[in-house]
Design a protein around this ligand. Structure first.
Ligand code: FAD
Ligand code: FES
Ligand code: MG
Length: 286
C-alpha cells in the first residue's frame, strides 16, 4: 500500500500521481481529501484532495502543485516508491443533487479538486458551467477532461494567452446577471479568488460554496490548526468541511492564519533544496 503506481508532470510545477490505496479508493467521495507524509519521523503532514479513484486498480489520484518543502519532496518520488504515511478519506463529501444550473469556478490547481465535483454534478443532472482561471495558458490543467464534462467551459487567463483576458469573477458576474442565473456556484482556488467569487455572487443571492485550504496538522479535529470563522461559529475545516457557505467565511482571518508561517516555510524549503539537490538557493519565491 501507498506505492506510487503512476506519475505525470502536468505543467512546470504540477504533478499527477496514482497511489495504491485500495481501501481509500473504495470509500472516497467527491470533495474528500487525504493527508500524507513524505518523511518517516518528523515530516509534516499535508492535505491533498482525492482528484479521482479507480477501484479496479485500487488507486487514488492526487494532483499537486509544488509550493514548498513537502510538495517539492513529494515531486521527487517516482513510480515504485512508497509513501511513509497516507490517511483518508477525510472531510465531508460534497453535497450533490440536481440543483439545476451549477457553475464551478476553478483557480489554478483548484481544477484538480473540482474535477470529481463537476463530474458528480453532471451525473446528477445539472447543467454545468466550468470557469477555469490561470495566470497564463501553460498553467491550465485538465482542460480536456473538464470540457468532456461541462455543458459550457470558459477559460480566463491573466495575460490573455488562452480564452478571455479576465479574472474568473468577470464571466461569473455575467452569468449571475442572466435571466437564468446559477442555482449554485462552487469555487475552489486560492483564498483571495474564493473571497472575490463570494463577493461577486453576494448581491445576486446565489448560494456559493467554497472549499477551504487552511493549514492542517492532524486532520481529525483535535489540533485546531484548521480553525476558521464561519458566520458566528468556529469551525474546523478537516471535520466540518472542507466546504462552507462562502458568504459566511471570514476570509481575511483565514488568509492571515495561512501566512503565519511563511518565513519558516521559506527557510525549510531553502534548506531542503540545498540538501537534496546540492543547489545554492539565493531567492525563494513561494
Ligand atoms: P509550505 O512552504 O510549507 O507552505 C506553502 C503554503 O501552503 C503555506 O503558506 C500555507 O498556505 C499552505 N500550507 C502549508 N502547510 C500546510 C498544511 N500542513 N496544510 C495545508 N496547507 C498548508 N494543494 C494541491 O496542490 N493540490 C490539492 O489537491 C490540494 N488539496 C488540498 C485540500 C485541502 C483540504 C487543503 C486544506 C489543502 C489542499 N492543498 C492542495 C494545499 C496543500 O496542502 C499545500 O499546498 C501544502 O500543504 C503545502 O506544503 P509545502 O510544505 O509544500 O509548502
Ligand atoms: Fe487539526 Fe483540523 S487539522 S483540527
Ligand atoms: Mg510545509
Amino acid at each position: 500500500m501507498n506505492t506510487i503506481l503512476y506519475k505525470q508532470q502536468l505543467s512546470q510545477d504540477v504533478f499527477l500521481m496514482r497511489l495504491h490505496a485500495p481501501l481509500i479508493a473504495e470509500e472516497r467521495q467527491a470533495g474528500q481529501f487525504i493527508i500524507l507524509q513524505t518523511d518517516d519521523d518528523y515530516g509534516e503532514r499535508i492535505p491533498l484532495t482525492i482528484a479521482d479513484a479507480d477501484t479496479i486498480e485500487g488507486s487514488i489520484t492526487i494532483i499537486f502543485q509544488v509550493v514548498g518543502k513537502t510538495t517539492k519532496h513529494l515531486a521527487t518520488f517516482n513510480v515504485g516508491d512508497k509513501l511513509p504515511a497516507l490517511l483518508g478519506p477525510l472531510g465531508k463529501p460534497t453535497h450533490i443533487e440536481n440543483f439545476g444550473r451549477a457553475v464551478c469556478v476553478c483557480g489554478g490547481i483548484g481544477v484538480a479538486p473540482m474535477h470529481p465535483i463537476a463530474q458528480a454534478l453532471k451525473n446528477a443532472g445539472n447543467h454545468v458551467t466550468v470557469i477555469i482561471g490561470a495566470r497564463t495558458e501553460e498553467l491550465i490543467i485538465l482542460q480536456k477532461e473538464m470540457s468532456a464534462i461541462a455543458d459550457e467551459l470558459i477559460i480566463c487567463t491573466d495575460d490573455g494567452t488562452a480564452g478571455i483576458k479576465a479574472l474568473v469573477t468577470a464571466p461569473l458576474k455575467e452569468l449571475c446577471e442572466q435571466e437564468l442565473k446559477p442555482d449554485i456556484v462552487i469555487a475552489i482556488g486560492p483564498p483571495v479568488m474564493m473571497k472575490f467569487c463570494a463577493e461577486t455572487t453576494r448581491p445576486y443571492k446565489v448560494f456559493t460554496q467554497v472549499s477551504l485550504n487552511t493549514i492542517m496538522v492532524d486532520g481529525t479535529g483535535m489540533c485546531g490548526g484548521c480553525r476558521v470563522n464561519v458566520g458566528k461559529e468556529v469551525k474546523f475545516v478537516c471535520v466540518d468541511g472542507p466546504e462552507f457557505d462562502g458568504h459566511l467565511v471570514d476570509f481575511d482571518n483565514m488568509i492571515a492564519r495561512l501566512n503565519a508561517y511563511k518565513e519558516i516555510e521559506r527557510t525549510h524549503y531553502k534548506c531542503f533544496v540545498e540538501k537534496a539537490f546540492n543547489k545554492n538557493v539565493k531567492e525563494v519565491q513561494l
